[in-house]
Design a protein around this ligand. Structure first.
Ligand code: GLA
Length: 363
């Protein structure tokens, strides 16, 4: 057993467990990583990753703007090293992501004269990208997020540039290209804020249509959650509804933010950011602690214990529970504009938090 495997009850006893072992009969346990982790051989983080997790997602290095910045010029150096790293350590790979409105170079969405590329050309570009990227790793990547964030929170298809260029059927085309490129890969439809009822309904309706055509295998719930929202009831409603589709459910980007979390804050949305005065205070708090604020520790641990109880309850349909980032040291919720956040199970020194021990003991 790896030396970094942690005593399950925080007392240092011999009963050593890891997340991946604890849940080995339920679902896979994943984390996303940046290229730096393996390019710079960050030993401590590699040890944490390989001792606790059995699935890995590339944070940015397989996104369109990392792989095909210029039309037809594919760069696979970092992605190839990521794959070698994952395979060397027996980590299953969740590929992320083929089609998205963000982190995609401008040439995909704009002709040199500024006009919108016509449908035929957009479909050709989509097909070439999906076939080339998935084709390169055919048989080696178990799961692919095909279209990321296709839905609006209000329950409709997002009018992204992909939608504008191709039309409503762009999703189906993307999934068809992905199926052709690697028929054995699981295809996942991944989105955030899926606990919102209208968004959940639309996601399920679309996934069910794609399922009838044999074009999707999983629903991906990103699950960038907050300490108090959504309520557990709202959260479970989505989990139950997704499980009832007969598709696999993948928790793809789990974290629990202490701070007000609005997607538009991150430039993912065009709407105006509005924070209440209380939220603004919260945004600037917890600067000194550099760890979960003691007065919130019990609530934070409870939140994670509650979530993992639900994951166990729905484990027949849940394929994986993946975190976005490995520890608070590298969490995206600690970079601009949000700072001083402590959203994961491992702290900035890579040590397990009380939330980790609650899960290990109680779930
Ligand atoms: C979204 C995307 C991820 C990543 C996270 C936060 O959820 O799917 O690729 O960008 O935001 O960084």
């Amino acid at each position: 057993m790896n030396s970094n495997t942690i005593c399950a009850c925080a007392c240092g006893c011999a009963e050593k467990l890891s997340l991946k072992e604890k849940f080995k009969n339920d679902f896979k346990i994943g984390a996303s990583i940046p290229g730096a982790l393996f390019m710079e051989e960050q030993k401590d983080q590699i040890e944490l990753l390989t001792s606790q997790f059995n699935l890995v997602t590339p944070e940015n290095l397989m996104k369109w703007d990392s792989i095909q910045k210029v039309e037809g010029e594919y760069h696979f150096e970092v992605a190839d090293r990521f794959m070698d790293f994952a395979e060397k350590h027996n980590l299953e790979v969740h590929g992320h992501t083929l089609i998205w409105h963000a982190q995609t170079p401008e040439w995909v969405f704009k002709n040199p004269d500024g006009s919108l590329p016509p449908r035929k050309q957009a479909l050709k570009r989509m097909e070439a990208h999906i076939h080339t990227v998935m084709g390169r790793y055919k048989g080696r990547i178990a799961v692919w997020d095909v279209v990321n964030e296709a839905f609006k929170n209000e329950g409709e298809l997002r009018k992204s540039v992909w939608f504008e260029m191709i039309g409503e059927d762009y999703l189906e085309h993307a999934h068809r290209f992905a199926r052709e490129a690697d028929p054995n890969a699981l295809l996942c439809l991944n989105d955030y804020d899926t606990f919102l009822p209208k968004k959940c309904d639309k996601l399920i309706e679309t996934a069910t249509e794609l399922k009838k055509k044999g074009l999707v295998d999983a629903i991906g719930l990103q699950d960038h959650l907050q300490l108090k929202t959504p309520s557990l009831e709202d959260y479970e409603r989505t989990l139950a509804a997704c499980s009832a589709t007969g598709l696999k459910v993948m928790i793809t980007e789990l974290d629990v933010s202490f701070k007000p979390f609005k997607w538009k804050y991150f430039g993912n949305d065009e709407e105006k950011i509005e924070f209440s005065p209380e939220e603004i205070v919260l945004l600037h708090s917890y600067q000194a602690e550099k760890r979960v604020p003691p007065e919130l520790d019990a609530e934070f641990s409870q939140r994670y214990a509650d979530l993992f109880h639900l994951y166990r309850k729905y484990s027949e349909s849940i394929y994986s529970v993946g975190f976005w980032c490995l520890s608070d040291k590298t969490s995206w919720l600690n970079s601009n504009p949000i700072k001083d956040n402590y959203p994961l199970l491992f702290d900035r020194e890579l040590k397990p938090k009380n939330a980790y021990y609650r899960i290990m003991k109680e779930v």
